[in-house]
Design a protein around this ligand. Structure first.
Ligand SMILES: Cc1ncc(COP(=O)(O)O)c(C=O)c1O
Length: 402
């Protein structure tokens, strides 16, 4: 469509960026449809099927007649299971009234931002960050303020950086740990240092996105909400997509103080209402089944991380580090900027990602989507042979750049 033809659209939608991870996946699918053997490492999802016991619970929910509208904040039994999980895994005390279940953690995050951020409020986003954080803040007319970690420090930002970014307009701090795209994990001590700073600023809330909690190779997951002196201002976001390989089911949740939970409930009541009845019953079964299946998948991701890391280290010009969680590696690739192949100059991470897709038929996501143009994101949630082949092709293609 021409610019004129789209002018009837709101400023809000026109200024919204398309999710680059989804855009890359679309391009990769198009090439695959033309018959190219594309290895897609751009996906943000497990390559495993949802465990069978969870699927069985969904079938049972249908047979048991769970086909009606659900309470906006989620079935009580699901919220109770989430409360139990937060106690069991994180030693956090909540009641079902503190939990709001949503159509994926993505909606949980949107609910939180829409409920807390006024136009002009500043939102500190630890960078590199998950693609949707910045866009949802802009939708709320907030001002994203990026605080950037670098590969030298395994992408972990320092307490001083947080302190320096805070102003009287700061309303919210957002981060994920384990982090998408870097796989960095905050230790309890690191979170405590942030919490101590935030304790001095009672107007600031924290959105702690813990959706990769079950894919943590350090063996220790820390929650910001464990520090009682700021717990009331922490909104913990989690969900079923990653740990239980349930991306298509669309179930995420928050745990927050009741006022914020009620606000998110109200927001959601006008936009989607409660999430799918069958998916909620499946989520109850997932939690009741414990962490066994998640741990098996996590062990596979760890093995694949080491596989990819070993092969990637042999590629000249790629700077690696060791991701401690999630299923991504976010190496620095800026040494290729200024190089070219067949007259095509690589100026940024987007150019490099397109080159890798078109020459190696490997789909990755450019780092600028995550606030770090010097990097590219590779998912290692793929079969071993695909990962090996992808690294082989990558090495071959990158060697053509001079
Ligand atoms: C850091 C992070 N938060 C939230 C989400 C959203 O997850 P969901 O599938 O539950 O909407 C994702 C998905 O990629 C993610 O990577």
């Amino acid at each position: 469509m021409t610019e004129q033809a789209t002018s009837f659209l709101s400023d809000r939608i026109t200024s919204l960026a398309e999710s680059q991870t989804i855009a890359m996946a679309k391009k990769a699918r198009e090439l695959a449809a033309q018959g190219y053997d594309v290895i897609n490492l751009s996906f943000g999802e497990p390559d495993f099927q949802t465990p069978q016991y969870i699927k069985d619970a969904a079938k049972k929910a249908l047979d048991d007649g769970f086909t009606f509208y659900t309470p906006v904040a989620g079935y009580l039994d699901l919220r109770q299971e989430i409360v139990n999980k937060l106690k069991r895994d994180n030693n956090l005390d909540y009641k079902p009234e503190n939990i709001v279940v949503s159509t994926g953690a993505k909606q949980s995050i949107a609910n939180v931002v829409m409920s807390l951020v006024n136009p002009g409020d500043e939102v500190i986003i630890f960078s590199p960050y998950w693609v949707s954080y910045e866009e949802v803040v802009k939708l709320a007319e907030g001002v994203p303020v990026q605080v950037k970690g670098t590969i030298d420090n395994d992408f972990v930002i320092t307490p001083q950086q947080l302190e320096d970014a805070i102003t009287s307009n700061t309303k919210l701090v957002m981060y994920s740990s384990p982090c998408n795209p870097t796989g960095s994990v905050f230790s309890k001590e690191e979170l405590e240092a942030f919490a101590n700073i935030l304790a001095k600023h009672p107007q600031i809330f924290v959105m702690a996105d813990e959706i990769y909690e079950y894919i943590n190779f350090t063996g220790q997951h820390a929650s910001m909400a464990q520090f009682d002196f700021i717990k009331d201002r922490v909104i913990t976001v989690n969900g079923f997509s990653k740990g239980y390989a349930m991306t298509g089911w669309r179930v995420g949740y928050i745990a927050a103080n009741k006022e914020i939970a009620d606000a998110c409930d109200k927001m959601q009541s006008q936009i989607t209402s409660g999430t799918c009845s069958i998916a909620q019953k499946a989520a109850v079964a997932a939690l009741k089944g414990g962490r066994g299946s998640a741990e098996e998948m996590s062990a596979a991701y760890l093995r694949r991380r080491d596989l990819v890391l070993g092969l990637m280290k042999e590629i000249p010009g790629i700077r690696t580090y060791v991701p401690q969680g999630a299923f991504y590696i976010f190496p620095e690739i800026s040494s290729y900027f200024g190089k070219s192949y067949n007259g095509q100059v690589i100026n940024n991470s987007n150019d490099l990602s397109m080159f890798i897709l078109n020459d190696a038929y490997v789909a990755v996501v450019s780092g600028d989507a995550f606030g770090a143009d010097e990097c590219v994101r590779f998912s290692f949630a793929a079969a071993d042979d695909k990962l090996v082949e992808a690294m082989r092709r990558l090495k071959e293609s990158l060697a053509k750049l001079v």
